[in-house]
Design a protein around this ligand. Structure first.
Ligand SMILES: Nc1ncnc2c1ncn2[C@@H]1O[C@H](COP(=O)(O)OP(=O)(O)OP(=O)(O)O)[C@@H](O)[C@H]1O
Ligand SMILES: [Mg+2]
Length: 283
């Protein structure tokens, strides 16, 4: 599959530091996928995202958007950011206006969308994020999880071609996480490539169809969730844990698993147990 965004031999050090936050990074985001980027603290996930929307310029190498190297003049960056949306790890960096409704409408107004359309889209995204009741509440009265949802809504509403989410589920409760995943699936079905940096291996395994693993500013693994997460020792050496469902899957006798795909979610796992009851439980 064609990469929608690609890093080629990309290196970057933050000003005043010697550490290479990205170190000869080669990484491809396949177009049309739901990709999860995994990696321990400091492996370079957020730095890559900031590079992807042109906030920082590489010290070496380059990024390519749909095959063309990024340009850093004002116009080119404006166009890039209409197509690539980033939800920051920290919502405080993202929200600029006083209420969720104002903040969410701002990007649409900037993009020249009509007031009628703004109202419609803002209302939809507020509802899908479960924050319609907070639409007019001052931002500084919101909890961190609520702010996170406002920041997400402000980017989702712009419907970019490539959506980058930095730890989108941090601070979200189960219900909000579920709402977010449903919204992301809806957006993905419209043909948008969705990329999520996450520490939640269970979520990455269940949600993504492509996994990238970063370590020390490089991309060290890529593959399907099963390909990447089935190698337990390798994951450990990269400071990552195996998804719980795969750990349980590996505890099932091999003759029962043989020839079958590992379930991706609890429902699939329960179905597997039910179907193979006679093999697993002999009396
Ligand atoms: N603003 C900054 N100034 C200097 N160094 C930074 C800055 N932000 C990140 N770094 C360094 O860059 C490297 C990569 O950090 P980055 O934030 O990209 O990692 P990450 O994978 O997103 O980590 P986390 O999982 O903790 O979010 C780290 O060594 C970090 O110390
Ligand atoms: Mg980060």
């Amino acid at each position: 599959m064609n990469p929608i965004m690609e890093a080629r031999e990309l290196s970057y050090s933050y000003p005043g530091t010697k550490v290479q936050a990205l170190h000869d990074l080669n990484l491809k985001i396949p177009e049309g996928t739901k990709t999860a980027i995994c990696g321990h603290n400091g492996s370079g996930k957020s730095t890559f995202f900031l590079q992807a929307i042109g906030i920082h310029r590489p010290t070496k190498g380059h990024l390519a958007w749909k095959g063309s190297p990024l340009q850093y003049d004002r116009n080119a960056l404006k166009q890039l950011r209409q197509q690539v949306g980033l939800v920051f790890q920290d919502p405080e960096q993202q929200i600029i206006l006083n209420t969720p409704l104002e903040d969410i409408s701002y990007g649409l107004r900037n993009a020249g969308v009509s007031e009628q359309e703004i109202n419609k889209r803002a209302e939809h995204v507020l509802t899908s994020m479960g924050i319609q009741h907070l639409a007019e509440t001052p931002i500084h009265h919101l909890s961190l999880g609520q702010k996170k949802r406002v920041a997400l809504a402000g980017v989702l509403v712009l419907e970019p071609k490539l959506l980058l989410l930095d730890e989108p589920t941090a601070y979200l409760d189960r219900q909000s996480e579920q709402q977010l995943i449903e919204e992301l699936d809806r957006i993905h079905q419209q043909g948008i490539t969705v990329v999520m940096a996450t520490h939640d291996m269970n979520l990455a395994y269940a949600w993504a169809d492509w996994i990238l693993v970063m370590d020390k500013g490089r991309c060290v693994r890529e593959g399907t969730p099963y390909e990447v997460f089935s190698r337990e020792e390798e994951l450990k050496s990269l400071g990552l844990e195996q998804p719980m469902l795969l750990e349980l899957w590996n505890a099932i006798p091999e003759f029962v698993r043989q020839g079958k795909d590992a379930p991706r979610d609890v429902t699939g796992f329960k179905r597997f147990l039910e179907t193979n009851r006679s093999l697993l439980f002999t009396n």
